[in-house]
Design a protein around this ligand. Sequence first.
Ligand code: BES
Ligand code: MN
Ligand code: ZN
Length: 495
Amino acid sequence: MSAPKLSLTTTAATDAAVDAVIIGTVQDGEHVALAPGGEQVDAGFDGTLAGVLATLGASGKPDEVVKVPTMGRLRAGVVVAVGLGKADDLDANQVRRASGVAARALAGTRRAVSTLSTVDLQAAVEGTVLGAYAFTEYRSEPGDAPLERLDLVSPADGTAKEHRATLKASTAIAEAVTTARDLANTPPNDLFPASFADRAAALGRSAGLEVEVLDEKALRKGGFGGVLGVGMGSSRPPRVVRLSYRGPKARKKVALVGKGITFDTGGISIKPAANMEEMTSDMSGAAAVIASVVLAAKLKYPLEITATVPMAENMPSGAAYRPGDVLTMYGGKTVEVLNTDAEGRLILADAIVRACEDDPDYLVETATLTGAQIVSLGRRTAGVMGSDDFRDRVAAIANATGEGGWPMPLPEELRGDLESKLADLANVTGHRWGGMLAAGLFLREFVPDGLPWAHIDVAGPAFNNGAPYGYTGKGGTGVPVRTIAAVLADIAENG
Ligand code: BES
Ligand code: MN
Ligand code: ZN
């Protein structure tokens, strides 16, 4: 996929040699008004632009796009007015979302200029790159090409040098999200554990990371019973990939872990046929942590980071693990499998124990782990569990990035329901109540006491099975890459 070429400009949007000029609109009470940054464009219309937009039915509400032909008033042929929503206290999320809407509306256009960047440059960059994203790898006719070039009008505050640094960093962040989207959108016949490991290793090597790939033989030797158990039913054996980045002057060590189920049929506890194809994205957590460690290296965060990524395909077959099997996990704990569809927590447990052998200061783990996440929080808000303080910190950061997350508890009474009649632990509770929390409690058994730990369940947020909105198209969303990137930046800055 090719991202639009972005550059900063100080040329007035009225004089820019482009095809389209993007401005923001806001809801000012009952009326549509122009957002900051649109003043010069409005002057080109002799101050009539808000009135023209009102005549065309514009309201300034989020996701609204109204196009106005310039009739020679500007060099560009058209003004694209995108709604930001309520006017008071415009925030980054409004700019990111509107920039995404504009980028989608401008597919097939060669060159545009945006004034939304004067409100928030980073948000305009992220929204543009993400909104312009299209996954066309498997189409014979790719359709409208994404917007080719976008000039971003520099904000009034700050220096040109600061703006260039913001453009560079936010482009890298957005491209990490598109890397995660590409992986999630690649179909399961092409993305299976070995090919996924190859792609992760290639991404890691090109970023200068240390790469370790454990194949099935190494996993057997190491005793990775969770990964091996889940992977047994597939003709395509499992992998564990480790990507390590050692930053300059690193004072903190962060372990990242992400669920890499390349396809989840449920195994012998098989899923219903309806929508099973969406389980191609059951490796979104893995994709996010791979993209995040590569990004951290690109942005030279002063941290030590290792992503430990278990990869397996959950299939039913004559070789598959069964309900009733007892697995000996990496590190020696035993788990009775009562449902082979609760496979994510099994591969994650092995990876968490391995990751914590390195003695990290923080553990951030993410997974498309439970349908119960979607039941409790909907499709766009991740459930964040873990140790109290770090959980709250990660949830707050998830909201600030616009990805969305909410702190959730790990109620003690549910822990009792994970007792097994013969092993140390069962992989499910045997009832539906608090399914997301029960999965979190299962994982907690494998996390060392006292380690700041966050578990981000992105079952809904990682995949958009509805219509495009804002900067999010259909399919893989790349969530929670921006949350992880912001958590890493926060740890780098504040410890
Ligand atoms: N990958 C699924 C969770 C999921 C469901 C992700 C829907 C995205 C959309 C996971 O492996 C799973 O099957 N979880 C079970 C757990 C249950 C058996 C305790 C679930 O949520 O039904
Ligand atoms: Mn499952
Ligand atoms: Zn799964």
